[in-house]
Design a protein around this ligand. Structure first.
Ligand code: NAG
Ligand code: NAG
Length: 496
């Protein structure tokens, strides 16, 4: 469940990255450079290549359509790279390819994977989605995972001051520690820049007298550089992961900050997020008080982010926040609970976070207001009425989770209306709907991955997801088959 929460969050984080995609789209040339793969030729083709990139797409996916011409352009450029870099695609929506897609854990579209070594090593593509960006990223990914720093120029080319760079300093490029660093580099290459050197004096910061072996992490914030000397691969990976999250992550328009925002949301820790107007008053007071609190809770399972409301519209929608609540702090725990303090003053940050930590803050639930009138055939459920209308009503209820923007939901609406009208005289059956974007839903019970999602809960509490035809007849048939009869209902009540 928690992972789904974060996927939703990624949507707003990534939508901001996506807006920088090249918008012009040229018609693909007649020769296609992108290979089309399917279940029948996938293993054989991949097995033949040391380095191949595979896009899993769906024909209906808008982001895929936007990517297609860029991907094709990049494939054309990279086809003459030495050695050639092959770009391929798989229609993951095609029934026969679905097993392949699930093998690669494709959960959204497009999903792009980099396969090395005849498909033995699989890595997520985390680069840009415009043609030039794809080319640059893949050129780098197809080269060595860690590049040798032989001069000050090499060092300054790698360390541009905006990114996290992990450099191994060694007395010689051999031995178990060096091997382990190389293994680390392979593991982290899609997320970090990595280098290795024999001479710490070439590096811009840190103790230049060390002979190594030492891992030195450079970052554009906080301590700027940190050394680490445990060469266990897992220990190094953990060190890099923890050290590369800023004490306070900044979420604003600056694209240099966005990779850190993504890291912030990727972290398994609880997340504190303070949203305010960065051009408004008291920003400095907030920043310094917030930093103090972040310092105080460092290493205690909670990360801190400060977001400019101008860049955080997606977050506002996601959490159901209103502009008149800013400055507002939200804490989201790893199990999806939310805690909110609106109209925050700088002096309240420390005490509120302390109260939260001590368990004295009540969780927040996003809900539309309970409708005063609810007399249409299809009843309206909101988060605040969910308990009463769904769990405690003692009725057989068919509940649609919908989104206002969802086309399939609009198509289904008149059909549900007809179902509701047909069953109106049956007092034990309720047809209802809830806007899943405006209400928190009990995600420990209902697995809503897309819209519309239909669930049926019988009067005695039997829960079924409805995956049948979206016709009046099929739905009514399903309800009649799975509803409790009056006696079962009474029995069910006895048990409760
Ligand atoms: C290298 O990594 C392996 C696996 O993480 C670990 O068992 C080993 O102790 C490491 N070697 C050194 C010298 O740290
Ligand atoms: C933020 O504050 C500035 C300066 O007071 C103001 O001009 C701007 O409209 C505010 N932005 C929002 C989104 O309220």
């Amino acid at each position: 469940m928690a992972s789904r929460v974060w996927i939703c969050l990624f949507v707003f984080v990534f939508s901001l990255v996506a807006s920088s995609f090249a918008s012009e789209s040229e018609e693909a040339q007649s020769k296609e450079f992108v290979l089309t793969l399917d279940h029948s030729n996938f293993a054989e083709t991949v097995g033949k290549h040391d380095f191949i990139v595979v896009e899993f797409y769906a024909p209906w996916c808008g982001h895929c359509k936007k990517l297609a011409p860029e991907y094709e352009k990049a494939a054309a450029v990279l086809s003459s790279h030495d050695p050639p870099v092959i770009l391929a695609k798989v229609d993951a929506n095609e029934e026969t390819n679905k097993e392949l897609a699930s093998e690669f854990e494709v959960k959204g579209f497009p999903t792009i994977k980099i396969l090395r070594n005849g498909g033995k090593n699989i890595q997520d593509y985390k680069g840009p989605r415009d043609a030039d960006g794809i080319v640059t990223y893949l050129r780098k990914q197809s080269g060595p995972a860690s590049s040798e720093i032989k001069s000050v120029e090499d060092a300054s080319a790698l360390l541009d001051g905006n990114k996290i760079v992990v450099v191994g300093v060694f007395p010689e490029f051999s031995g178990e520690k060096y091997e382990n660093f190389t293994a680390l580099a392979e593991k982290l290459r899609s997320d970090y820049e990595l280098g290795h050197t024999l001479d710490a004096k070439l590096l811009p910061r840190g103790d230049s007298s060390v002979k190594g072996p030492v891992v030195r992490l450079f970052k554009p914030f906080d301590e700027l550089n940190v050394d680490f000397q445990d060469f266990n691969v897992d220990a190094m990976e953990k060190f890099v992961g923890e050290t590369s999250i800023p004490l306070v992550t900044i979420f604003d328009k600056d694209p240099n900050n966005h990779p850190f925002v993504i890291k912030f949301f990727n972290s398994p820790n609880d997340k504190a997020m303070l949203f305010m107007n960065f051009s408004g008053e008291h920003v400095d007071a907030f920043k310094s008080k917030y930093r103090d609190v972040a310092e105080q809770y460092k290493g205690k399972g909670i990360n801190f982010l400060m977001g400019d409301m101008e860049s955080s519209q997606g977050a506002f929608e996601y959490f159901g926040l209103k502009e008149d609540q800013v400055p507002v702090i939200v804490i989201q725990t790893n199990n999806g609970q939310k805690y909110i303090k609106p109209n925050l003053e700088p002096d309240q940050i420390a005490s509120w976070v302390k109260e939260y930590k001590e368990g004295n803050v009540l969780p927040y639930k996003k809900s539309e207001p309970i409708p005063k009138v609810n007399d249409e055939p299809v009843k309206v459920v909101v988060a605040d009425s969910f308990q009463d209308m769904v769990f405690n009503s003692g009725k057989n209820i068919l509940l649609e989770f919908y989104a206002p923007w969802c086309g399939h939901c609009k198509k289904l609406a008149p059909i549900l209306d007809e179902v509701a009208v047909s069953l109106q005289s049956d007092a034990d059956v309720v047809i209802a709907k809830i806007d899943g974007t405006a209400n928190d839903i009990p995600s420990d019970v209902f697995d809503v991955k897309g819209y519309p999602t239909l669930y049926f809960r019988s009067a005695s509490g039997n829960l079924l997801q409805y995956d049948g035809d979206r016709t009046k007849e099929a739905i009514i048939d399903f309800i009649q088959k799975n509803r409790d009869t009056a006696t079962q209902q009474d029995h069910g009540k006895d048990e409760l």
